[in-house]
Design a protein around this ligand. Structure first.
Ligand code: NAD
Length: 332
């Protein structure tokens, strides 16, 4: 947009939630997340400690995820949380907004709607893990969870391997239609499955639920599967049995989050896994860790969701909004 370069530093850019869908696609999200995972592993980017509080009002959980990427100069935070009463008001229960700051001056640079971005960056994270860790010949995608995020997860995963079918399980079976419809949209057959079937047949399993108890058990999983555990992002949540985590070669976005709020928290607490046995996915992207070493290896990605993912996709959205002339400029 004309004038932005000349007045750089004076204007704040606003990218409203309604514009995000027209700006950033799965490829742009994938590239942004892959790059920032790599920057984290090379210590060019780091996340600040997560704040998450029950505020004692509207039953809401509110918090901040933040960080700084010295490579891209993305600095800022995602603020938001979960308001369970929103649906009755016609609003999304999860609410997120990203604020970006100029790394040279500290001045606010952009305010970006973060709801769709959260789904895109979360799906991109598991897709990056599938690209780098799943068996090359993976044919069956297993989905555990059929909530809002699950469709985003399936679409992003489907771009990483030549899957021939999707099988799925959900705690609330009436929600499985979301998985069936998404698979149809992707031109893939869908079958409802038991957890035993998913553990035996699926080459890649994505778990994306709000469960607080293990769903996928050690005994369920046979063979060289890749499991992306994406639902556990808070202390107390759990999707996978701790012994299954301990049996796998474990990768994560960030080790500090993995052992405290991620899927690994349980295996670590039970003394089955130590942080030195967990590898940042970025190390595989950078080529400093070999990742999967055989088709029989069980790999597990603990996708806890880091602030830098949010900053990466929000920065991409801001660049695209400027390029496409839909960025709102405010003298701030
Ligand atoms: P949603 O509310 O739309 O769906 C919830 C899902 O969890 C459904 O499949 C539901 O059937 C299942 N579920 C609910 N209670 C359960 C139980 N007791 N046992 C097993 N399954 C149960 O939620 P969503 O937006 O799809 O998000 C799913 C999860 O992903 C949430 O826990 C959310 O916090 C998490 N999440 C993680 C990241 C990340 O970066 N890792 C990002 C966004 C969301």
């Amino acid at each position: 947009m004309a004038g932005i370069g000349a007045r750089k530093g004076l204007l704040m850019i606003i990218v409203p939630e309604k514009e995000i869908a027209g700006l950033i696609d799965r490829k742009a999200s994938f590239d942004a997340v892959e790059a920032v995972f790599a920057a984290m592993a090379s210590k060019d980017a780091y996340n600040f400690p997560v704040i998450r509080e029950a505020i004692g009002h509207a039953d809401a959980l509110y918090g901040f995820k933040s960080g700084f990427d010295r490579k891209s100069l993305a600095l800022g935070l995602k603020s938001g949380g979960y308001w369970p009463g929103n649906e009755a008001k016609g609003l999304t229960n999860h609410q997120s907004t990203v604020i970006l700051f100029d790394a040279d001056t500290g001045k606010v640079k952009a305010l970006v709607g973060g709801n769709l971005l959260t789904a895109l960056r979360t799906a991109a994270a598991s897709a990056v893990s599938i690209k780098h860790l799943a068996p090359k010949g993976a044919k069956v995608l297993g989905m555990i969870g059929a909530g809002h995020q699950s469709a985003f997860q399936m679409r992003a995963a489907a771009e990483q391997r030549d899957f021939e079918k999707v099988i799925g399980w959900n705690f609330h079976p009436e929600m499985l239609s979301r998985l069936a419809e998404t698979a149809t949209e992707l031109g893939l057959p869908f079958e409802e499955a038991t957890l035993e079937q998913i553990g035996t047949e699926a080459d890649v399993i994505i778990s994306i639920t709000s469960s607080h108890d293990p769903i996928l058990l050690d005994a369920h999983v046979k063979g060289g599967t890749h499991i992306a555990c994406m639902g556990t992002d808070t202390k107390g949540k759990q999707e996978v049995e701790a012994t299954l985590v301990a049996r796998a070669s474990v990768f994560t976005d960030e080790i500090a989050q993995s052992v405290t709020i991620g899927e690994c928290q349980h295996a670590v607490r039970e003394g089955l896994l130590y942080d030195i046995n967990i590898t940042e996915l970025g190390a595989v992207i950078n080529g400093t860790h070999k990742g999967r070493t055989s088709e029989d290896e069980l790999t597990l990605f603990d996708g806890t969701g880091v602030g830098l993912q949010d900053l990466a996709v929000a920065s991409a959205a801001v660049d695209l909004a400027i390029k496409k002339g839909v960025a709102i400029e405010v003298d701030f």
